[in-house]
Design a protein around this ligand. Sequence first.
Ligand code: S3P
Length: 425
Amino acid sequence: MKREVHPGRLRGKISLPGDKSISHRALILNALAHGKARISNFLDGEDCLGTLRCLRQLGVSVEKIAPRAVILEGRGLEKLKEPEDVLYVGNSGTTIRLLMGVLSGLPGSSVLTGDASILRRPMGRVAVPLQLMGARIIGRKGGTLAPIAIQGGSLTSLRYETPVASAQLKSAILLAGLFAEGITEVIEPLQSRDHTERMLRSMGARLWTNGNLVAVEGRPRLQAQDIDVPGDISSAAFWLVGATILPSSELLLENVGLNPTRSGILDALREMGAKIEVSNPRSVCGEPVADLLVESAELEGISIGGELIPRLIDEIPILALAAACARGRTIIRDAGELRLKESDRLEATATLLKRLGAKIEVMPDGLIIDGPTAWLGGNTESFGDHRLAMTMAIAGLLAPVSIEGTECTETSYPGFWETLEEVRK
Ligand code: S3P
């Protein structure tokens, strides 16, 4: 579907949809636990609904009782059933990778597949440690690409150093570790998001961390837990950047998850000169949450890389838009993982922003952006990637754009276009 966005400023109040990463985990971990759980502010986006459908195929009783609310009855580690048909994950990397971990522990066979983007994304990084634990995994190109077939059951624990900082990879190993006797340890080169660890611990698993090492003891009896999902900081990022770069803008973003493994976008934007105030900090289901007030500000270019990158990995397309508005040069390094997301986000972000007038050079692991840009507006597209579609929508508030293929925003932000209409003045 094609949409047009016209210039405006942003003013008002937004209540953010539930965090995507936490919504997936609330479903999967409760499915492995004992008892009933209610998940509120659940993200009704396509990705999480994909996880919900796959869990139903594994015999989990899960009902949507209202918009953004789900009731689920856990089956414990023992009683998941072998799926009768192929599990289809749509566009969701989190679904396929986390479920690879679970299915490795499940006696029986299963097949996972997804859309064209999923068929291109690397699965070997997950298959390798799961094979070391004892799962039989095959897939296209030597087990590195979906469809992925898994023969699971009787796993042994593992100590594994991951080649990349990836919460999906780490979580897949930890989930498989739940099915193995003994202690499974994962060591990452840099810390990735830790929602799995927090939730597992609160459900009763014995789990320790030491720097970038996480250890979990196998065969726990997990207790199902009601979860109130914090608002998604990755969705908030579009509004944070929008209100910053558009003059006379001010937005109050309510109920934003501020887990330190996710809040790198605040650090980067503040270093650039953004005005973002945090109020009403609280803890919701073991996750830090607060309200954010953001107003227009002049930005300056910065250099980022290293440990900050996993903390803002999904926000780099919208951060690149902010950088193109900033005075001076912004350098983003150590972000080669972006080439392996829903699209090649380094190439795609540069292609789209350049079409609108930005000056961007693509490096193998990052971007060099020279601002400020005299925005031209123009015709753009999403490359089927939700975060690019929303980045283009915010760019359209600077100079008119048309965006082809906007339906993909349903992946992570149902209601995005309606909210844009409400706060665009
Ligand atoms: C996610 C982890 C990140 C992120 C993705 C969601 C998760 O991917 O990009 O949108 O929920 O674990 P990687 O773990 O592959 O970096």
